[in-house]
Design a protein around this ligand. Sequence first.
Ligand SMILES: [Fe+2]
Length: 327
Amino acid sequence: MPIREPVFNPPFNVVRASHVELAVRDLARSRAFYVDCLGLLVSGESDDALYLRGVEERNHHSIVLRQSPTAEVHALGFKLASEEDLDRAAFWFGRRNLPTSFPDLPHQGRTLRTADALGMPLDLYAQMEQSACMLQQYSSHLGARIQRIDHLNCFTPDVQASYDFYRELGFRLTEYTETDDADAKLWAVWMHRKGNVHDLAFTNGFGPRLHHIGVWTANVLDIIHICDVMATCGYLSNMERGPGRHGISNAFFLYVRDPDGHRIELFSCDYLTVDPDHAPIRWSLTDPRRQTLWGQPAPASWFNEGSLFGGLAQREPMLQARPIVAA
Ligand SMILES: [Fe+2]
């Protein structure tokens, strides 16, 4: 299927994946998981929300937890380069009859709430309240010592359509999985704006749904350490997959589930992709090293379960090809 040339002059400039707002059913229970166990810093809180960030982040928040009767995802946040880019984005989405509104959101500047062609809710903004960078305040580095948000990974019922949409917005392909038949079909794509493997990835599946939020740790030992912590502080069953090394992205990883089932990936040590002539890497859907370089397949839950976007209907994927799944 078509892998196309990158777009170097997109209609507006997306800097990176920035934040996610998750609806959770018990804020205190979620706080225990994200703050006391994983070690994220609290930037702010209100009666119904908790604003979190990693130790190097100057943006006020990269994960917002909002108390809600239903566990779901409210929006995926992307930072734009300027207020002018935000105006250009509003025009671009409006021209395509996609929703555009500017809700007042705490701790961030003017924010365009819109949706992509498949309906995934997006919050685009250029300015956010700044917090102290705690990178060299080592005594505050707890749990997995999470430094920053890295990427968002979503199920889509049409990988080709999602790829085409974000390619037009300047997201560049770094790796992809496709089927092996003569008329090969895209099964998953990894796309970036900020210069590493991805800001946004799509996997074929019932969707649109959020698969996981990837957060960056400085080294592999931080991920080994959080395994020891989770195994001995009541979160053993929250560890879903790993630790291990991905074939795709080369990153070391651990997937964990929060108390509502939202999935977080601890992610470390991928690679630089800024060169304009950086060529994407192709993986076969049947290559076991794709998921985990050492060969272990992912559990069925990893392919089947994800977080719903509030108010958005899901549909079955157009492509029925199945990856290798653990017995
Ligand atoms: Fe990931």
